[in-house]
Design a protein around this ligand. Structure first.
Ligand code: CA
Length: 218
């Protein structure tokens, strides 16, 4: 899953990046201008939004996003801890609001909630037939056996299980798997699809002509 982090504070940005990188693909930008450019170029799964930014306020940006019918999950991470600020953030269209400083485990847990809710799932374990995924443990099971997956295959399958039953375009998969600017490697997508099919069974990942791929419940 590919996250966009908007945070202008260098030390905090670095801490967040170190925290998130083992779990997600993360692009980090430090202004709203850069955030806009990134959101136009790539389809992210989640936006982590600071409010006080050098070229504007995150709240105004969020207002614009929601006005434009952008449904991207947004988690505000801000030092503004007053009740009216938090309520305003949520009422503006944020899906959640975390006050700095926060515990790393809580941020990670809230991200997992937003990702599974965006996938239309309430259960903490995502399932597709005999395949299941526990995001908090970062483990997949197939027929009750743990699947041991290399990093890229893990990332690909976690995107697919969050969209189980629905087609996902090649572009979206590539945008979820590669950081902006690294799409040159994207011709390797088929290699990872092939590797997953060998592990899961060929028929579990359908190729939809012109539409991409779909994880199916067998
Ligand atoms: Ca700031």
């Amino acid at each position: 899953m590919h996250l966009l982090l908007v945070e202008d504070d260098l030390p905090l940005g670095n801490v967040l990046l170190r925290l998130l990188k083992p779990h997600y693909r993360v692009d980090w930008v430090r202004s709203l201008t850069q955030a806009k450019a990134h959101l136009q170029a790539t389809e992210y799964s989640l936006l982590l939004l600071d409010l006080g930014l050098p070229d504007g306020d995150g709240i105004d940006y969020l207002t614009r996003l929601r006005k434009d019918k952008n449904t991207l999950p947004v988690l505000i991470v801000s030092a503004r801890d007053a009740l009216d600020e938090r309520v305003k953030g949520l009422d503006t269209g944020a899906d959640d609001y975390l006050v700095k400083p926060f515990e790393p485990e809580e941020l990670l847990a809230r991200i997992r909630v937003l990702l599974r809710r965006a996938a239309g799932q309430a259960s903490p374990i995502l399932t597709c037939g005999e395949l299941s995924f526990d995001p908090s443990q970062e483990t997949f099971h197939l027929n009750n056996q743990v699947l041991s997956l290399p990093r890229k295959e893990y990332e690909l399958l976690s995107v697919l299980i969050h969209t189980a039953g629905k087609p996902v375009s090649r572009d979206r998969l590539i945008q979820q798997l590669y950081s902006l600017g690294n799409e040159a490697e994207s011709n390797t997508l088929d290699v990872y699809i092939h590797a997953l099919r060998r592990l899961l069974g060929k028929e579990r990942i359908e190729t939809l002509r012109g539409k991409g791929f779909r994880l199916v419940n067998l």
